[in-house]
Design a protein around this ligand. Sequence first.
Ligand code: NDP
Length: 317
Amino acid sequence: MSNAENIKCLIIGSGPAGYTAAIYAARAEMKPVLYQGMQPGGQLTTTNEVENFPGYPEGISGPEMMVQLEAQAKRFETDVRYGFITKVDFSDANNLLAWTEDGHEIKADTVIISTGASAKYLGLPSEQKYLEMGGGVSACAVCDGFFYRGQETIIVGAGDSACEEAHYLSKLCTKVTMLVRKDDFRASKIMADRVKNTPNIEILFNTETLEVLGDDQGVTGALVKNNQTGEEKTIPATGFFVAIGHKPNTDIFKDYIDLDETGYIKYAKPGTSLTNVPGVFVAGDAADKNYRQAITAAGTGCMAALDAERYLAAKGH
Ligand code: NDP
């Protein structure tokens, strides 16, 4: 006989999507159990100041916001657990199974996937140093660009995200230097053209970052190298933005849940949170490569909980 713990609603992940799903599911008396995952609080815990989440007129730090969301979820008796889900078996929709890292087995009537996505970084020690310090390295121009208004910034990347973010920064910053490692963009022509036609964006092709430079206060620039000529130079900047893609945290679901070619979960029905497996719903960045905002993640967290509640009601639970 299985020793599985039987629950109504398992929520995997603790960003704004997961906690919002928990608040709604708990208030609907689904007694949700939420596993926080590898990075309790999610991507927002690496953001300094959140100024674009409605309801915080003075702004709030990312970590503090996540503490508040957790407290709100717990107020309605969400069972918030430290730990992560390492394996699932969704082969039988009436028997949705998940296991934690220490082998604890859970059988859930519904599962809400809110595992998010992780921004990719270059991996340079100097980049990680200023990222951890909160001193000028960011993977989100929409979140952090405002802090560099009237200043010079650098952005690395050549995809649609990098172009979109470079253009966003160009409206705030005096100058944006875009570092493209090849001799052309990967982005769509229209996005690349917009960047090329923006006077205060300088594009350096065939250019790689050797080191992010800085002092006690944060970033002061970057040492870069032209990979064709070997020429090295220093570019002054107070903000170093990285836009080289995101990786959705969906690996453990790939045998059961339909993913797109880049690993994002596909909605089974647009405008809902449904996946291809009945009873399994998705919220937040695990299915969103487009908006990636705390507020949109929270919104889809709400949708997932409502869809889960309706699913259970239709089954007579
Ligand atoms: P992409 O994977 O499309 O692009 C990543 C970019 O980062 C590439 O140009 C790549 O360079 C570069 N890169 C990767 N690693 C490094 C590195 N170590 N050093 C320097 N450069 C590096 O990611 P995006 O986030 O831009 O886009 C993801 C998806 O979302 C795409 O399908 C995109 O079209 C879509 N999207 C659409 C938008 C829109 O239409 N409004 C907006 C944003 C995203 P290289 O080219 O040399 O490999």
